[in-house]
Design a protein around this ligand. Structure first.
Ligand code: NAD
Length: 492
């Protein structure tokens, strides 16, 4: 068991109470590390440190170019350490090493991209309609940001927040998930090595109620940037509203992969399998509903079953494994409950449908890749986020019906469209209520392209040029250059 400390004001410290919590390896179901179990007192220290750093000469006095250089240096350090960080992520959250290593190797791009953007944050001079007055705008950082992240892609989702918020000149208190804090703490060491001044990045570990809530409600926090479940997001939004804080919410989804009758069948089968079984379905953009045109439904399902059956389960650290365990015991139990609900609702279980007890699954929390057909759009399995390897197949007859079903859930994170028709490829993205639409592909992300949800899937966007504006506010500056004395009782 390795024991970790957390990062407050440039110091590696235990929780003030001395309490710790265990991080459990989902493959072995055994604890492998301990991290501090912080509380409100630790949060207060971290926010104070972040506030002090925000106003410090060491951070505020840096030119935007120098700030950008720090981010790019950090990118280099992450790149050099990516494989090791990926191994830690897999040990912590049980997702495939192939995926976590890939993510960790990609993370530097966010720091290069936003590092490059740091000195391109420009204001404007306005041709103001008042003679003798000069008016310009400035883009300024917000202050202390609370970044709260989930367990499924711990470092990638943190980088989506940290890179733009630091490029914009803010400071941060980051609370990683209690299920996957170790990689965050290892990551924290790299900020130090890159030369970020103490207090600019603080990491406080612990539970949502004990660390997350005091952080969200802290009066010195200007913005909450949250990724997690929609119910937690709703609660955080309410708490943040009391302090009139800015928020970004990246929440869950129930994304539809729509397969039209003119689709390339092999590509679509491949895309639907990747959408739901990659990452064991534990991804916000999981394509958990396959909407399939009735004329190809049976052939498509046969091919889907044939491919899904070949998925190799086992130790997520092995590069040949394709489906790993579910990350946490509560999540494992939730997935199994949804499978039971679907069976009781009358959905037909065509593959899997329970815990995986193959020898290669060891003591881990494995669920068999599960496919239901005969799913009606109103069934709970078709409306609620399962966050596991469970696919609902729903037939449709017309384009209008496909759109209606796809848009019928409370969520709006992503959608996939499989077609050879250019008309559909252009028309469907217009009609689908989703922040990301992929046509003849699925599950692609980039530091350059905005990511975020419609409806209950969230507020705000991460990645891409616009993301930096989620961490900036506009100031309008007025200067009388004519020396006019105006009527004091009338607005100018
Ligand atoms: P979660 O909502 O349970 O927890 C997310 C984070 O919030 C954790 O750090 C947790 O400790 C913290 N938290 C919990 N209660 C809190 C409270 N009362 N106050 C403050 N913080 C609190 O989510 P999870 O189970 O860790 O992650 C899975 C969820 O995340 C899924 O719903 C998934 O769809 C969503 N997700 C969304 C995206 C996206 O970008 N849209 C990406 C990945 C995951």
């Amino acid at each position: 068991m390795t024991s970790y400390q957390m990062l407050i004001d440039g110091q590696w410290v235990a929780a003030r109470s001395g309490a710790t919590l265990e991080s459990v390896n989902p493959f072995t179901a055994q604890p492998w590390a301990t991290v501090p179990r912080a509380g409100a007192e630790d949060v207060d220290l971290a926010v104070k440190a972040a506030r002090k750093a925000f106003y410090s000469k060491a951070w505020r006095g840096l030119t935007a170019t120098a700030r950008g250089a720090l981010l790019r240096k950090l990118g280099d350090l992450i790149a050099a350490d990516a494989d090791r960080l990926g191994t830690i992520e897999t040990t912590d959250n049980g997702k495939l090493y192939a995926e976590m290593r890939g993510q960790c190797n990609y993370i530097p791009q966010w720091f290069y991209y936003f590092g490059g953007l740091a000195d391109k944050i420009e204001g404007r001079v306005l041709p103001i309609d008042k003679p003798g007055v000069f008016n310009f705008t400035k883009q300024e950082p917000l202050g202390v940001i609370a970044a709260i992240t989930p367990w499924n892609s711990p470092l990638l989702l943190a980088a989506w927040k940290l890179a733009p918020l630091l490029a914009a000149g803010n400071t941060v208190v980051w609370k990683p998930s209690e299920f996957s804090s170790v990689s965050a703490l290892e990551f924290g060491k790299l900020f130090e090595q890159a030369g970020f001044p103490p207090g600019v990045v603080n990491i406080v570990t612990g539970f949502g109620a004990e660390v997350g809530e005091p952080l969200v409600t802290h009066p010195d926090v200007a913005k909450v940037a949250f990724t997690g479940g929609d119910k937690t997001g709703e609660h955080i939004y309410q708490l943040a509203a009391r302090g009139i804080k800015h928020v970004t919410l990246e929440l869950g989804g129930k994304s539809a992969n729509i397969v039209f009758e003119d689709a390339d069948m092999e590509a679509a089968v491949n895309g639907v399998v990747s959408g739901i079984f990659a990452a064991t379905g534990q991804t916000c953009i999981a394509g958990s509903r396959a909407l399939v045109h009735r004329s190809i439904h049976d052939e498509f399902v046969d091919k889907l079953l044939a491919l899904a059956k070949t998925a190799k389960m086992g130790n997520p650290l092995e590069l040949t494994t394709q489906v790993g365990p579910v990350t946490t015991r509560p999540q494992y139990e939730k997935v199994l409950q949804y499978i039971d609900i679907a069976k009781k609702e009358g959905a037909v279980c065509r593959l899997g449908g329970g815990p995986a007890t193959r020898p290669e699954c060891g003591a881990g929390w494995f669920v068999e890749p599960t496919i239901f057909t005969g799913v009606k759009p109103t069934m709970r399995i078709a409306c609620e986020e399962v966050f596991g390897p469970v696919l609902s197949v729903i037939p449709f007859d017309t384009d209008d019906e496909a759109v209606e079903i796809a848009n019928s859930t409370a969520y709006g994170l992503a959608a996939g469209v499989w077609t050879k028709s250019i008309k559909r490829a252009l028309e469907m993205p217009d009609r689908l209520e989703a922040g990301m639409v992929w046509v003849n592909m699925y599950r692609a992300v980039s530091y350059m392209s905005p990511f975020g949800g419609y409806k209950r899937s969230g507020i705000g966007r991460e990645s891409g040029m616009d993301a930096i504006h989620e961490y900036l506010q506009t100031k309008s500056v007025w200067i009388d250059v004519a020396g006019n004395t105006a009527n004091p009782f009338v607005m100018r």
